[in-house]
Design a protein around this ligand. Structure first.
Ligand SMILES: *Cc1c(COP(=O)(O)O)cnc(C)c1O
Length: 388
């Protein structure tokens, strides 16, 4: 069997090991230290935000973000349905109620029209869950848009709606480090932004995340809550419930090395996408999405929809299985949250865009460390299946 080609695997640069060794040599093996500070400074200047808190995961960053926005039991939080479950789970950690909204076809992200419908229903008291129970009238507490696969969401429209109703935006940029709209980086649009450095993301610390904001006091508070909420005192004194969510200094060392190669990683991922796009240009019914004017995607994953009505019946599952047979990993797009058993009863606004994308969409191998031989294997399988 040939070696496995992964969907998206870690890709270290020349200096990560040196930073980690430095942490060992100086005995900074703790959830604070010079690498944590350095990594935070790197993130702040790269994304263009005032403050960044390095945390143990993107999920932890989303959870702290909701806490800092005052989300409590019974509150509504509007979340893009088409996403990874980690965007929505922290809503439930807070005892709040997720209200899911559909995507639009241009970016595959939050549909602004469906967002506004959801807000109005919350305010007017016409929100119902799927059982038909009426939910109390309440203005939603937060909006969570996501930049799926690196493609920026329609942030102009989404932030305008947030401003109109005075609802803060917790921007899930876990997949979009390096993406921007007219030079403004993903992660810098919301009142709070979230990044992830999980093993499959565009850069990784093996596990980690960050919470970003221009509001210094809010990030100070995030750092406080993330280190068990210890009050200023010689003994252990607590007036808040705390969390153990800080990033370790060892892992932040990996992050500092990864930041040095981030722009190269973005270039490689974009070049992967271009290779697939040229290949599929000759094949009816297989389509990616172009960047809208002014948009720049890091193309974290190369994703395409496969319409069996135009491919003589070939489905995304046929393609996935053909690749799997050759030990090549491909995956369907995220299954929308409103279709997930665990969120079965949550309110949902919109049509069937997310459902159609899930039905027909496939993520192809997208690592920045794929080589020419890997692509040859991938395209051999694709040629075979699409020539029949
Ligand atoms: C990866 C990811 C997260 C969670 O990040 P972790 O660091 O794995 O906790 C959140 N949202 C989206 C969209 C993601 O892809």
């Amino acid at each position: 069997m040939s070696e496995k080609i992964w969907l998206s695997s870690p890709h270290m640069g020349p200096n990560e090991r040196r930073f980690v060794e430095e942490a060992f040599d100086t005995n900074w093996i703790a959830p604070l230290g010079p690498h944590v500070n350095g990594f935070e400074a790197d993130l702040q200047s790269y994304v263009g935000v005032g403050q960044a808190a390095a945390l143990s995961s993107g999920t932890a960053a989303l959870h702290l973000g909701l806490i800092l926005l005052g989300v409590k039991e019974g509150d509504y939080v509007i979340c893009q349905s088409m996403t990874f479950s980690a965007s929505a789970n922290p809503i439930v950690y807070q005892g709040a109620i997720p209200v899911f909204v559909d995507s639009e076809f241009d970016t595959w992200n939050m549909c602004p029209a469906a967002l506004e419908d959801a807000i109005k229903a919350g305010i007017n008291g016409t929100l119902t869950n799927k059982n038909g129970d009426k939910l109390p009238a309440r203005k939603p507490k937060a909006i969570i848009p996501v930049h799926l696969y690196g493609m920026p969401a329609k942030m102009d429209a989404i932030t305008a709606i947030g401003d109109k109703y005075n609802i803060p935006i917790l921007e899930d940029a876990a997949e979009a480090l390096g993406s921007h709209i007219n030079g403004k980086r993903c992660g810098a649009f919301g009142q709070l932004g979230v990044l992830s450095f999980n093993g499959n993301k565009i850069i990784t610390t093996s596990g980690g995340g960050a919470l970003l904001s221009n509001d210094e006091s809010i990030i100070e508070k995030a750092r406080f809550l993330a280190t068990q909420a210890r009050d200023q005192a010689p003994h252990y004194q607590h007036s808040h419930i705390g969390y153990n969510y800080r990033m370790s200094n060892v892992l932040a060392g990996i992050g500092r090395g990864q930041m040095q190669v981030l722009d190269e990683r973005v270039a490689s991922r974009r070049s992967n996408y271009e290779q697939y796009r040229s290949f599929f240009a000759a094949i009816d019914g297989v389509n990616g999405i172009d960047e809208p004017n002014g948009y720049f995607s890091n193309r974290w994953l190369s994703t395409f929809t496969i319409d069996p009505n135009k491919t003589k019946g070939i489905t995304r599952e046929d393609v996935r299985l053909a690749l799997e047979k050759e030990n090549i990993e491909a995956r369907p797009l995220w299954k929308p949250m409103h279709m997930q058993p665990v969120f079965e009863n949550a309110p949902y606004f919109g049509g069937t865009v997310a459902e159609e994308l899930f039905e027909n969409g496939l993520c192809f191998p997208s690592g920045s460390n794929l080589n020419e031989a890997d692509f040859k294997r991938i395209f051999t399988v694709l040629e075979q299946i699409f020539s029949h």
